[in-house]
Design a protein around this ligand. Structure first.
Ligand code: EPZ
Length: 423
């Protein structure tokens, strides 16, 4: 397994570009199933999770590939009528977002057999709301041998009221509703920018969706959709992570393609911590203060502070002046970066779903282990600051959601490199 080796203490300066959004690319690639023909997607990040989604689509019989020869960031997905509507456990267990094929398969092909994703490091992450929504549209759902078996001759529009705000649950039901007969009203929807982006793509394909990005989405079902050519929006979580890299290193960095309105809660907290954040050159510039103030963080659904940025802000709070109280309200086990940050000298106490972070004068490098995607980013950020050498192992977690993060940080002056695992 590869590891990332770094020597802390370099201030980061210069400019870097955010890649396409992982959490938009995944549902959008699945939405190709809704139309006959070949859809083209641009600015698709080169990530392990994207490769897994392409593999899931190929397993079903789609021609799904990244055009590495011509343009690396372009993917094409060709769908014909002969699709085997099944997503096997072997693939779904490596990436739970594979469950996003469920809605499109039932809507377009009338049946689907998709493995239950099972839990993951950060929580149980059930899909009961996905299934509740599909049932409300008339799908017949059975759970057998760890698989969801869904059938529907023709989905019918209906009212879906989510008991829990769920991003992929909203996306799955939305992709089913676009081909249901009649009107669907979805209430208590997730409001993430990635949901607005998915609706934008579906409407370009011929769907009739209103209200995406708000908690009530209305869909008028249509008889069919056509393939699409679309460029994916930038990744707000990667952009936020790069802004924190500037902040923790004491540097001054322009993150190009960062979209200010997608990062308001994060930018507010970085400003409260003393950073100067300004919109510039089609992105956001972060200028770190001499000393950071401790701030309190409470993760909530968008537009609140995103859970996907919690670990990164915790790393920053480890070296701020004062005490920061961080409450994680979305996932039940998203503090696994804490014991690893302790190894770097951080002073963090966990009390239930709250972490109390006392800023320390400095961190010192050590070997640490990544446990999940955003935890790995948190450890790299802390390593940028820690005195001496930090080694982050199990970086396959990082590769799921960050496109060559170490190269981007090195281009800003970080002393960081990837050590390939011995074959
Ligand atoms: C999406 O996951 C993101 N993944 C996650 O990003 C992100 O952390 C999460 O939304 C929250 O913002 C993708 O978009 C591919 P949820 P998702 O359904 O949709 C509970 C990353 O780091 N819930 O919004 O799986 C669930 O247990 C990843 O990029 C139910 O109870 O998250 C959780 O407590 C990690 N029943 C809460 O809702 C359901 O049917 C929010 O989960 C569905 C969810």
């Amino acid at each position: 397994m590869d590891k990332i080796v770094m020597k802390g203490g370099q201030e980061l300066h210069g400019e870097v570009q955010a890649s396409g959004a992982k959490n938009a690319a995944l549902p959008i690639l699945a939405s190709a199933l809704l139309a006959d023909g070949t859809s083209t997607y641009r600015n698709v990040p080169d990530l392990a999770d994207v490769a897994t989604m392409l593999k899931v689509l190929r397993t079903m019989g789609c021609d799904a590939e990244r055009l590495t020869a011509r343009k690396k960031d372009v993917c094409e997905v060709g769908v014909n009528g002969h699709i085997h509507p099944e997503a096997p456990y072997e693939l779904v267990k490596t990436m739970r977002a594979s469950v996003l094929v469920l809605g499109p398969l039932v809507a377009r092909f009338g049946r689907a057999r998709v493995s239950m994703p099972g839990g993951c490091a950060i929580g149980a992450r059930p899909i009961d709301q996905h299934l509740k929504g599909l049932k409300a549209l008339g799908a017949d759902i059975h759970l057998t041998e760890g698989y969801v078996e869904a059938r529907a001759k023709q989905l019918k529009g209906g009212t879906v009221n989510f008991d829990v705000i769920t991003v992929t649950g909203t996306e799955n039901v939305l992709m089913a509703a676009v081909l249901a007969k009649g009107r669907t009203i979805m209430e208590n929807c997730a409001r993430e920018p990635e949901i607005e982006e998915l609706a934008r793509v579906l409407n370009k394909m011929g769907a009739k969706i209103e209200g995406a990005g708000t908690s009530v989405i209305t869909v008028e079902g249509v008889d069919g959709l056509k393939p699409v050519d679309h460029a994916i929006l930038p990744d707000r979580i990667e952009a936020g992570t790069l802004l924190v890299a500037a902040a923790i290193s004491g540097g001054n960095v322009l993150v190009k393609h960062a979209v200010p309105e997608h990062l308001e809660a994060v930018v507010d907290k970085l400003r409260e911590a003393g950073c100067t954040i300004t919109a510039e050159g089609g992105g956001l510039r972060c200028k770190a203060p001499r000393t950071l103030n401790s701030v309190n963080i409470t993760t909530t659904e968008h537009p609140g502070f995103p859970t996907d940025m919690q670990a990164q802000l915790m790393a920053l709070m480890c070296v701020s002046q004062g005490t920061s109280v961080i409450s994680e309200n979305i996932f039940e086990n998203r503090f696994m970066h804490v014991p690893e940050l302790h190894r770097l000298g951080a002073d963090i106490t966990i009390q239930g779903h709250t972490a109390v972070v006392k800023g320390v004068k400095g961190l010192s490098g050590a070997p640490v282990m990544a446990t999940d995607l955003r935890a790995s980013a948190s450890l790299i950020l802390a390593g940028l600051r820690a005195e001496g050498r930090t080694e982050v192992s199990r970086v396959y977690h990082l590769d799921r959601g960050y496109e060559r993060l170490e190269r981007k940080l090195r281009s800003l002056g970080a002393d960081i490199r990837r050590v390939k695992a011995k074959a």
